[in-house]
Design a protein around this ligand. Structure first.
Ligand SMILES: *Cc1c(COP(=O)(O)O)cnc(C)c1O
Length: 395
């Protein structure tokens, strides 16, 4: 049995998205900037996809900018708000310690340019509160950026309430919604957001395409300079097959959102119930306030890397957190942000499900994980010390 349980890293494309993409590759190859018929036909298809995506997010077409993915959307959102703020003497940015690196590393770059960045602590349950944001606001705050759902532990943030705090203070609010869109209801108007990032490959669309939503009136800065595509804000001939595939994937995800959430959520709850029975294990992040598919556990005395390799051997494809940091031996910045000690943060397991998983696959996971944990603990000098009481158990 082969169980793909790493859907927070990427998802396989849906039939609908794949068909739409291939069809556009074959038939819609014109350049939307061309004035002739072939070009204008491509332009129509592009704008139909934009309208569809806008409708699904509660935005208007003019607020949707296509990008090469979530990372680019995050970069452009932060850089835009920073430049806009700087012109008005506002050089303070608020974000959180457990953002994706597309946010954190962009903030590092902005800090080098003279911006002051406040990274909020995350509570033990993996959530940042509106009060945390309110307390950090300053008269010179240009932007608040808080992710909608965390990619490593799956916790949902109170985005609507944080958005309301920002709006009241007149501060721009961006959210990295890459793990949320297509999985939980997201509506840019109701959620009080000014900018929002999405990525197609996290909801069964193609890789290398995403959206930056920017509310009407927001002045975007160019990250890619060149032609006048995307209302002059993102140069480069539009990737129509990918955009069309993204629109098809999002339409399907939104149409089945509740049904999928119930189906996936039930499997997730089985994972939580069964894996919590492993002694000295802990579920990271709030039990309830989480996306349907993602769980993250720490098992004391275990190294995440060996756990992943042994699970892979047994047909279970999981992750130790972010795909971007796997391969490095640094403990996850997300788990450290929750206040977990280094020793524990090393031994994490992220399982992320989609509607393509089955209860039989979940049964395989809950059978194999305890066995592998027990086996690895049997070989672990750290575990031996814990069991002999030479070192105290931390969980
Ligand atoms: C995957 C991911 C990104 C990056 O999106 P890409 O399309 O892969 O660039 C950004 N933020 C979060 C929360 C993600 O999960």
């Amino acid at each position: 049995m082969l169980v793909y349980a790493d859907n927070a890293a990427t998802t396989p494309m849906s039939e609908a998205a794949l068909n739409a993409t291939v069809d556009a590759m074959k038939n819609v190859w014109g350049n939307p900037s061309s004035l002739h018929t072939v070009g204008q036909q491509a332009k129509v298809v592009l704008e139909e996809a934009r309208a569809k995506i806008a409708g699904l997010l509660g935005a208007s077409e003019r607020e949707i900018y296509f990008t090469s993915g979530g990372s680019e959307a995050d970069n452009q959102a932060l850089i835009s708000a920073a430049r806009f703020g700087a012109k008005r003497g506002k050089k303070h940015i608020i974000s959180t310690k457990f953002e994706h690196h597309a946010i954190l590393h962009t903030l590092d770059a902005l800090a080098k340019e003279g911006f002051e960045v406040t990274l909020l602590d995350v509570h033990k349950n993996g959530i940042v509160t509106p009060d945390d944001v309110r307390a950090a606001l300053r008269p010179d705050t240009a932007l608040v950026s808080v992710m909608y759902a965390n990619n490593e532990i799956g916790t949902l943030q109170p985005i609507r309430e944080i958005g309301a705090v920002c709006r009241e203070a007149g501060v721009l609010f961006h959210t990295d919604a890459v793990q949320a869109v297509g999985h939980v209801p997201v509506n840019v108007a109701e959620d009080n957001v000014d900018m929002l990032s999405i990525s197609a490959h996290k909801f069964h669309g193609p890789k290398g395409v995403g959206v930056l939503y920017a509310k009407r009136g927001i002045v975007l800065a160019n990250v890619i300079n060149g032609g006048a595509q995307e209302r002059g804000k993102r140069a480069g001939t539009e990737n129509i097959p990918a955009v069309v595939g993204m629109a098809a994937a999002l339409e399907e995800a939104c149409a089945n959102l509740e049904k999928n959430a119930a189906y996936i959520g039930a499997m997730r709850d089985t994972l939580i119930a069964e894996l919590s029975k492993i002694p000295h294990s802990v579920l990271n992040g709030d039990r309830e306030k989480r996306v349907p598919g993602t769980v993250n556990f720490c098992f004391e005395g275990i190294e995440g890397e060996s756990l992943l390799l042994m699970l892979d051997d047994r047909g279970i494809e999981a992750s130790s957190g972010s795909a971007c940091t796997s391969g490095s031996l640094d403990p996850s910045h997300v788990l450290l942000a929750l206040g977990l000690p280094h020793e524990i943060a090393h031994g994490s397991l992220r399982l992320s499900l989609s509607e393509y998983n089955t209860p039989e696959e979940v049964a395989h996971i809950v059978r194999e994980v305890p066995r592998v944990v027990e086996y690895l603990r049997g070989m672990s000098p750290v575990w031996e010390n814990l069991e002999k009481g030479i070192q105290p158990h931390l969980i």
